[in-house]
Design a protein around this ligand. Structure first.
Ligand SMILES: [Zn+2]
Length: 353
């Protein structure tokens, strides 16, 4: 009897020991060992090993599934990021032409300007027509100004007037038009030839849209008669200031700061002086709008006529306020080449036009 009790106790202790060691793996087995009058058979070490192996397999499977799921999520995240970055890059590339830089022009132009001879005939030419072919986009709607900025008569606005090539007294344009942006300080409304006036008007619209609102035109067309009067006045002033001088000497002095009649580009009706100062001054070049004009005026068919580094060729000191209409095609070529108008026209002539 004692043996029997001892056996039962031993069995019970063994059962408890089993329960302690394996309860994490198989509670059911441990719990069922207390049900019923008789203790169920204890799991053999082999079965325990099998159970443990199964559990290990289950844990392994769970880890595998978890790893696979994490990988899928990571791959999706990476793919999404790559897609978004791709979209961003393509958006940036698409918006490049609006900056109007020369690289984007040749990229977007179907007929690369570099393949065109500079003396291309204007009439009927279908190359480099329209702002898109130059990679130009404006903030403002300037579509109604296109025909003036980019004239059909492409080569019709290259007239030269300088100290060595003068215009005749009889040269008076017949299409002089009032300039919308003449300075409103009581002066006579200035005029330019029709296409030039409209091109400057377009440039002022865009300039204002870009935030430059205080620039105005101070001088446009000047007749031969006006130039002659002006030069005469300066010569007389020099004679008064230098009583011993001859008229020739006085004229020579006057010619250093005023154009002799027929030699002022203002007689062409294609150029004007514009700035935001009380009088024309080189200080205008320090104004941000001057930088804007250097970068953008060609889009309207307009060039800076007397650049700082061309004074020995133009015969004029740097004039950041003096702009000249030539039409978009030539303005683009001049801007791209860095030549001044004299050099450009000379190149056109030697290349066989
Ligand atoms: Zn001028």
């Amino acid at each position: 009897m004692n043996n029997s009790i001892n056996n039962r106790n031993r069995n019970k202790n063994s059962d408890i020991r089993y329960k302690r060691t394996d309860s994490r793996q198989n509670n059911h087995t441990a719990a069922s060992s207390h049900s019923g009058r008789q203790s169920p058979p204890y799991p053999s070490p082999a079965r325990i090993r099998a159970e443990r192996a199964k559990a290990r397999m289950r844990r392994k499977r769970r880890r595998l599934i978890l790893t696979a799921a994490t990988s899928v999520v990571l791959i999706a995240a990476v793919a999404g990021t790559v897609f978004i970055i791709g979209k961003l890059i393509s958006a940036l590339t698409d918006s490049k032409p609006s900056s109007g830089d020369e690289t984007s022009i040749s990229e977007t132009s179907e007929n690369s300007p570099d393949t065109l001879p500079p003396e291309t005939s204007s009439v009927g030419a279908n190359q480099l027509t329209g702002p898109a072919s130059y990679g130009i986009t404006f903030i403002s709607d300037l579509s109604s100004y296109e025909e003036y900025m980019d004239p059909v008569d492409r080569d019709g606005y290259l007239l030269i007037a300088n100290k060595t090539t003068s215009l005749d007294e009889s040269y008076i344009p017949d299409d002089l038009t009032e300039l919308a942006d003449t300075r409103a300080d009581g002066r006579t409304v200035q005029k330019l030839r029709y296409n030039a006036a409209k091109a400057f008007e377009a440039m002022f619209i865009e300039m204002r849209a870009c935030g430059y609102t205080d620039v105005s035109i101070t001088s446009g067309y000047r007749s031969y008669t006006y130039q002659a009067e002006l030069f005469e006045n300066y010569t007389n002033k020099e004679l008064a200031n230098h009583p011993g001088w001859t008229r020739e000497q006085a004229e020579e002095m006057a010619a250093t700061y005023s154009a002799r009649a027929g030699t002022s580009e203002h007689q062409t009706g294609l150029c004007c002086d514009m700035h935001n100062l009380s009088s024309a001054d080189k200080a205008f070049a320090n104004n941000p709008v001057y930088t804007w004009l250097c970068d953008n005026s060609w889009k309207f068919g307009i060039i800076l006529r007397y650049p700082e580094d061309k004074t020995n060729i133009t015969g004029y000191d740097f004039e950041p306020w003096h702009y000249r209409y030539v039409g978009r095609y030539h303005a683009y070529k001049i801007h791209e080449s860095g030549l001044c108008l004299e050099e450009y026209i000379s190149q056109l002539n030697t290349s066989g036009s």
